[in-house]
Design a protein around this ligand. Structure first.
Ligand SMILES: [Ca+2]
Ligand SMILES: [Ca+2]
Ligand SMILES: [Ca+2]
Ligand SMILES: [Ca+2]
Length: 458
């Protein structure tokens, strides 16, 4: 990949009719147009009477607004985004969820059937490709969550589409596994075998990670309203899709810190990153409904906690798992903070260990914890970054912006933090810094839009 990347930086970009035949991109996971610079997709699902739009901010400075062909008010184009190289041509591709799309007549007040629109990366940027939908659509909200990852280890990414309102309590559909047609996994799948309620929201949050370092990603399915034993406590299922193995985690799982309570929403947000730099991904699980202080209210509130599980040769383990909250970090937990409502991981100081960023939208803040090669995340030097906008911290992304990619063997890319306040349509960026410890540069505005602009990133 390094040689390819270097070649991509020095060769003139292919253009004209011959472009389709030439391998046009260098294989960077965040580069749609192969110019060697990272690109960012910003969703605004409520734009234009909730028809929705996605703005692609290319590293070249070009901005393109994507909308659905045949867009209708209420469809929520941009309900979720995922970036991966689905066709293996070296150009990053984009999947856009349209969770409230009705395939037939719109049912007023009803949940959408949902579709997913694929855009293929190319030297000319993203180009609309196929549309995905369920064979038997119902009020599934198919496309309310998306994740990309190489689940079979063939070097191409698979796409996983969450349908959290599927009648079985939620479902995920896996696309493009080597030698397999698209297939669905639910809590009732024989090798998953979980109790299922229609309100579980299984598949409302998704991520992937290589927790055992074997080159294949596992799939992580959050079910934030899962009532395993208590209403809305939430659960997370880690799935080895190829081997058909599933393991469910809750805050009652031995080794996981914290206690399961009603409406904790364990699994409402997920992020994987290598917080201790051992080559195995680790998993952060948002529990934004967790109550720590007085005045707790049901469902939509909570001080919030983030549970972190570390990868190992045997996969994800609860050994040395952690629970982070503002009880031990900077700030004061309050019942409306929702610490952990959004998560992202990225190496913000360039030392090879990922940092964890935690959105605290009720406090208009984002908290950043440093990763270390010995011991993983630490509270030492944790940052509490406050921002503008009523819900600053409601969505996060990590992006190596402002610095050209360099061959990874020479110097690892330095990431910065993208933070949204979608209620005001503000997208902000704090650059990383290679100085010792954990410092982020000044938060500045990257772009502005309407219709929950910054609801999610890809
Ligand atoms: Ca591609
Ligand atoms: Ca694959
Ligand atoms: Ca690790
Ligand atoms: Ca780091």
């Amino acid at each position: 990949m390094n040689a390819l990347l270097a070649a991509c930086l020095v060769l003139p970009l292919a253009s004209g009719p011959s472009a389709a035949a030439a391998p046009s991109c260098g294989g960077h996971p965040l580069d749609f147009d192969g110019d060697g610079r990272p690109d960012l997709a910003v969703a605004a699902p409520y734009d234009n009477s909730r028809a929705g739009s996605v703005t692609v901010m290319y590293g070249s400075g070009k901005r393109v607004k994507l909308t659905q062909e045949g867009a209708e008010p209420g469809d929520s184009f941009g309900s979720a985004l995922a970036v991966g190289d689905f066709d293996g041509d070296g150009c990053a591709d984009l999947a856009v969820g349209v969770s409230e799309e009705f395939i037939g007549e719109r049912v007023p007040g009803g949940d959408g059937n949902g579709v997913v629109q694929i855009y293929k990366g190319s030297a000319d940027g993203l180009v609309a490709g196929e549309e995905l939908s369920l064979a038997k659509p119902s009020s599934d909200r198919f496309g309310a969550a998306l994740a990309a990852g190489d689940l079979d280890g063939d070097g191409k990414d698979e796409l996983v589409v969450g349908a959290p309102s599927h009648r079985s309590g939620g479902a995920v559909t896996v696309y493009w596994m080597k030698g397999r047609k698209p297939f669905q996994i639910t809590q009732k799948t024989p090798w998953v075998r979980q109790s299922a309620n229609v309100t579980d929201q299984w598949g409302a949050a998704l991520t992937t990670g290589d927790f055992d370092g074997d080159g294949r990603d596992d799939l992580v399915v959050g079910a934030p309203a899962d009532s395993v034993t208590l209403d809305g406590q939430g659960s997370v299922t880690v799935i080895d899709v190829r081997r058909e193995r599933a393991r469910q985690y809750t805050q009652s799982t031995p080794g996981i810190k914290g206690a399961s309570e009603k409406w904790d929403n364990f699994g409402a947000a997920l992020a994987s990153g290598d917080f201790n730099g051992d080559g195995k991904d680790d998993l952060a699980i948002g529990v934004p409904g967790e109550g720590l202080s007085a005045n707790q209210r049901a469902m939509d509130y909570g001080d919030g906690t983030v549970d972190v599980l570390y990868g190992s040769r045997g996969g994800l383990t609860t050994y040395k798992s952690e629970a982070w909250s503002q009880n031990t970090l900077k700030g004061v937990p309050r019942y409306y903070d929702r610490f952990g409502a959004a998560l992202t991981a990225g190496d913000f100081n360039g030392d090879g260990n990922d940092e964890l960023a935690v959105g605290v939208p009720g406090e208009k803040a984002v908290q950043v914890l440093m990763g270390r090669s010995s011991g993983g995340l630490t509270r030492v030097g944790n940052l509490l970054i406050k921002g503008k906008g009523r819900d600053f911290g409601a969505a996060l992304a990590a992006l190596p912006l402002g610095e050209r990619y360099q061959p990874l063997s020479k110097k690892k890319p330095l990431f910065g933090l993208v933070v949204a306040a979608p209620d005001q349509g503000l997208v902000m960026y704090a650059p990383g810094s290679r100085k010792p410890g954990l410092r982020l540069g000044k938060v500045r505005q990257l772009s502005k839009g309407t219709g929950l602009y910054g609801y999610t990133f890809g």
